[in-house]
Design a protein around this ligand. Structure first.
Ligand SMILES: [Zn+2]
Length: 479
């Protein structure tokens, strides 16, 4: 049945990060344009694989998408871009220059992990005499990931992008990770221009490295806002610093090593910042930091290549560090042999390594070496999903298995909660206060149901807004 014309003005489709925190992908259709905001991978949980396989199956050919707007480089926002390209999309993907630099590292790496996983499954099946039928293929190969990078088009903060005849876009600093943006989109239809705001992921205020999230434009007809931590408040950074100082001193006093599992992009650079700052303020003694992750090395390099994205405090700290490199000696470990040599170090080393949840990568070697020693410490600085090695350590396991071997846990395990790339409830509300009046409609995305529900209530109570919706995956809303 044909709908009335005024109902056809705009259609929003929620394809991911609706009622959950991964798989960000929103479709916007107007009379004259059709575009996606983000194209992320589903991560974690047993259903992620099948959700990724069945994602991007729209009721039209992906070649009919005019363009993609990408808020930031995190895989849960960008990880299906190569898949979109494999399915035939050839349009431009707009992102900030720093996001594009990070994607050149992250997307091929995501493909590489998938290829390895497939190879492992294939060997496993052959060994156990099973056939190869139904074997999960990678969502895309390294070659395909690299080829999709050619679709990326840089757009700076606050520049006006005429993405289509009727659609113009501005990217604003979201303060979440390097290059992250929230988007201001203007859609012109006969007689009216609609203002759409997409928050992407928002960062905390007054945190290491990045600028604060830019304040929003005063008015919007439609707002999509993340709600990852819409139900909680982060601990103050000062508390986290105190905990790091205490852990560092105890480990140094007992002549052990301090091992820090960390995500390569963002968190590693924040930890380097905090440690460097603590030495500068003479709260801890001079240190030697080994950053043992090729991706962390690349991400740190990219961070230094975009100095304008770093805040004034960070520039000051970098200047201090350049003049005091003997006090904070940072070594980026490139080759595997050198990484193995770190296993010989018995004391006083600070080793930052990936992956952040201790599931893969070089961190596993460092944990195998240092977990059995009670004079060593493991500092957990990020979220640890259920079922990961990192989570078992946080939960107080006395014995874990690494590379199939039992490893006793005698080292001290410390968790610090004050470093988060995501705004907490107070910071989200603060950002929303930038609107002079309530947006026509507000959709809460990128949050577990519980977090989004609590956040919706907070917005109603604190800001007096109405028309707040928690969309479901696969839902379309016509405006
Ligand atoms: Zn993110």
């Amino acid at each position: 049945m044909l709908k009335k014309r005024e109902e056809l003005i705009m259609r929003i489709g929620f394809f991911g990060a609706a009622g959950e925190v991964t798989g960000s992908c929103t479709l916007v259709e107007t009379e004259t344009a059709r575009f996606l905001v983000d194209c992320g991978m589903f991560q974690g949980g047993p259903e992620a694989r099948s959700k990724n396989l069945h994602a991007l199956k729209f009721d039209f050919d992906v070649r009919a998408i005019d363009f993609v707007l990408l808020t930031h480089a995190h895989i849960d926002h960008s990880g299906l871009l190569p898949r979109l390209a494999v399915m035939g999309f050839r349009g431009p993907i707009y992102a900030t220059p720093a996001t594009i630099d990070l994607l050149h590292v992250l997307l091929p790496d995501s493909a590489f992990i998938q290829e390895k996983e497939s190879e492992w499954q294939l060997r496993h099946r052959r060994r156990s005499g099973k056939g190869e039928r139904g074997l999960p293929a990678p969502l895309y190969t390294v070659e395909q990931a690299k080829s999709s990078l050619k679709l990326l088009r840089p757009i700076g903060y606050r520049e006006t992008l005429h993405a289509a005849e009727t659609v113009s876009v501005k990217f604003h600093d979201a303060g979440h990770i390097l290059g992250s943006a929230w988007l201001e989109v203007a859609v012109s239809e006969p007689g009216k221009t609609h203002a759409l705001v997409f928050s992407g992921d928002l960062g905390m205020y007054d945190r290491p490295l990045l600028h604060n999230p830019e304040k929003v434009i005063p008015e919007a007809d439609l707002l999509l806002v993340e709600s990852t931590y819409g139900n909680r408040l982060h601990r103050p950074l000062a508390e986290t610093e105190d905990e790091i100082v205490a852990t560092f001193k105890r480990t140094r006093g007992e002549r052990g090593n301090l091992i820090i599992p960390s995500f390569a992009v963002g968190r590693t650079q924040e930890i380097i910042y905090v440690l460097c700052d603590l030495v500068r303020r003479q709260r801890i003694e001079p240190i030697k930091i080994y950053v043992d992750s090729p991706m962390a090395r690349a991400a740190t390099q990219i961070t230094f290549e975009h100095p304008q994205l770093l805040d004034a405090e960070t520039h000051e700290l970098i200047d201090w560090w350049r003049a005091n490199q003997e006090k904070v000696n940072i070594e980026f470990v490139a080759d595997v042999e050198h990484s193995k040599a770190l296993n010989e170090i018995r004391s006083d080393a600070v080793i930052i390594s990936a992956s952040g949840m201790c599931e893969a990568g070089r961190i596993k070697y460092h944990l195998r070496q240092n977990l059995p020693r009670r004079e060593c410490s493991i500092l957990i600085t990020g979220f640890q999903a259920a079922g990961t090695l990192g989570r078992r350590l946080v939960d107080g396991a006395h014995l874990v298995h690494i590379f199939g071997q039992p490893v006793p846990v005698r080292a001290h395990i410390h968790t610090v909660g004050g470093l988060s790339a995501h705004a907490d409830q107070a910071a989200l509300l603060d950002w929303l206060r930038g609107f002079h009046r309530a947006p026509g409609r507000t959709f809460l995305i990128h949050g577990e149901i519980e977090a989004s529900t609590v956040f919706a209530k907070a917005i109603e109570d604190d800001l007096g807004w109405k028309n707040i919706t928690l969309p479901h995956r696969g839902e379309f809303i016509t405006l």
